[in-house]
Design a protein around this ligand. Structure first.
Ligand code: C5P
Length: 201
């Protein structure tokens, strides 16, 4: 059985880990669509024009080592508000979703814009404080020089920009199931998602 799973939600809600584990569970391919915007943002920091950078993006750009920094995250969220940047990245995402063997895509607009016909739509969220703590631990464990306050500010700033933009704002699709992971371990969240998906097929 193969199908498309769309997973959206605000920054650091646990979408990435959840998506990876759901994809593993079903043997599907996984695309972290945030990487497309991060790679575009990183090129803009290097001096490129945002639209030209998005149009010229190559799969190998997604492997850059610096994509996880908060500077790149902020640049990503700024370029992500530009409609022409988003348009340039649509086809790659839709092609990925249509691949044989099933796909899990995570981002902000997968269930609403990229794959409105996805078989399963999840909207993963958590309180600001929980998200900031998780992201703080992840970044500091990986050697980034960050503070809890700084991480919280970064998340809130990006979420406000992502929710408030006109082009494909961050929002749950009307038919998405909301998973609030504030009081859940990642294992519990994966189990809940897998159970929900299995019950549908
Ligand atoms: O998910 P991640 O935090 O890596 O995303 C970085 C930024 O890319 C987000 O803050 C958002 O502005 C943008 N993004 C988007 N649409 C997606 C995925 C990410 O606008 N589908």
């Amino acid at each position: 059985m193969k199908f498309t799973v769309a997973i959206d939600g605000p920054a650091a809600a646990g979408k990435g880990t959840l998506s990876k584990r759901v994809a593993e569970e079903f043997g599907f391919a996984h695309l972290d669509t945030g990487l497309l915007y991060r790679a575009t943002g990183a090129r803009v920091i290097d001096g490129a024009d945002p639209v030209a950078a998005a149009k010229a993006l190559q799969p190998t750009d997604l492997d850059r080592d610096d994509l996880r920094t908060t500077a790149v995250a902020q640049a990503a969220s700024k370029v992500a508000a530009i409609p022409e940047v988003r348009d340039a990245l649509v086809e790659f995402q839709r092609d990925f979703a249509r691949r044989d063997g099933g796909a899990v895509l995570d981002g902000r607009d997968i269930g609403t814009v990229i794959c409105p016909d996805a078989d399963v739509k999840l909207f993963v969220t958590a309180s600001d404080e929980v998200r900031a703590e998780r992201r703080y631990l992840e970044l500091s464990e990986n050697g980034h020089d960050v503070t809890r306050e700084g991480v919280l500010r970064d998340l809130q700033e990006r979420d406000a920009r992502d929710r408030g933009r006109e082009a494909a704002p961050l929002a749950a699709a009307a038919d998405a199931v909301v998973i609030d992971t504030s009081d859940m371990s990642i294992d519990d969240a994966v189990a809940a998602a897998v159970q929900f998906i299995r019950a549908r097929f």
